[in-house]
Design a protein around this ligand. Structure first.
Ligand code: PBG
Length: 329
């Protein structure tokens, strides 16, 4: 019998051996944990479709943030549920807006010094119609206006940076918003605040549970006139290229698992920090299978995160941040 010269199994024989040759690793400092901030005090409402994820009032969010910091998590991504909504989404850039208030509170806490506070910049949680921009109705049809939306989005970014956001992350997908945000920040002395743009964001069914969490479902129509079509990889590269030209410091790609090839393509093409967002539906889908006993929770969670890293994401926005950091801790 001929023996194989190369036996790949030799390096799989024990955990120390596997650990030595493992090509991809995870670290809590590269996790970003999303938080949904709501009005009130002592509020901690679990989101039906996202077990373990809550709408939190500022005081409760502070506690959650301190736990995240103690686990070595790199940062938070903040979303807001305002008390009232209107056509323009004025709550998004209000001085005393819900996320602005949370940012000011968080900045007072010594325990959060090492936690990056990233503010999601969008209008959809604040508009009564639930779209990410201004709506112009024409009879039965409607249009999401680009340029008027961009002005309000830039204003929102400035308001959040002023309130203490370390990074602003526009997620609206309007054309030209990165340049407008950069301009607004530079003009107002916030030239050191980085822009993390959701550069390639697909119109995805996997955002469904988030819209329950953030109460941001569009009241009519859908987001396909601004978010990208799921079949397009080359267009994603153009989106990234444009955002970088406009001054984005880092890019975020979402969803993650259904678009790992797009993340890989971006990693090979652009020498900038790339993050991926493992979105709400990815989390809910796994949790549904955990609840059924169909998947092993810890292993499936860690495997999902490793796959996103291996595809090329340097950091991961994930609702599993806490759970995964505990496993790694
Ligand atoms: C706001 C925004 C959305 C998500 C992040 N920012 C919702 C959307 O575009 O409908 C989705 C995140 C998730 O599903 O976890 N525009």
């Amino acid at each position: 019998m001929e023996y194989p010269i190369t036996r790949l199994r030799r390096l799989r024989s024990s955990e120390p051996m596997r650990s030595l040759v493992r090509e991809t690793s995870l670290d809590p400092s590269a996790f970003i944990y999303p938080l949904f901030i709501c009005p009130g005090e002592g509020v901690r409402n679990e989101i039906g479709s996202m077990p373990g994820i809550f709408n939190l009032s500022v005081d409760e969010a502070l506690r959650e943030a301190e736990t995240a910091a103690s686990l070595g998590i790199g940062g938070l991504l903040l979303f807001g549920l305002p008390e009232t909504k209107d056509d323009e989404g004025a709550g998004a850039w209000a001085d005393d807006g819900i996320v602005q208030r949370a940012l000011r509170e968080f900045k007072k806490s010594a325990a959060l010094k090492k936690l990056l506070l990233i503010a999601d910049v969008c209008l959809c949680e604040y508009t009564s119609h639930g779209h990410c921009g201004m709506v112009r109705k024409q009879g039965d049809s409607y249009e999401i206006e680009n340029d008027s939306s961009v002005r309000l989005i830039a204003r929102t970014a400035l308001s959040l940076a002023t309130a203490g956001a370390d990074i602003v992350a526009p997620s609206d997908m309007m054309d030209g918003r990165v340049a407008a945000i950069r301009d607004e920040l530079d003009e107002e002395g916030m030239e050191q605040t980085p822009v993390l743009s959701y550069a390639s964001k697909f119109a995805s069914a996997f955002y469904g549970p988030f819209r329950e969490a953030a109460d941001s479902a569009p009241q009519f129509g859908d987001r396909r006139s601004y978010q990208m079509d799921g079949g397009n990889l080359r267009e994603a590269m153009r989106e990234i290229e444009l955002d970088l030209t406009e001054g984005a410091d880092m890019i975020l790609m979402k969803p993650a698992m259904p678009y790992l090839d797009v993340i890989r393509a971006a990693r090979e093409r652009f020498d900038v920090p790339i993050g991926a967002y493992q979105v709400s539906g990815e989390y809910s889908m796994l949790h549904a299978a955990f609840a059924k006993g169909w998947l092993e929770p810890q292993r499936a969670m860690m495997e999902s995160l490793i796959s996103i890293r291996r595809a090329g994401a340097g950091f991961i926005v994930t609702y599993f941040a806490r759970d995964a950091a505990k496993v790694l801790g």
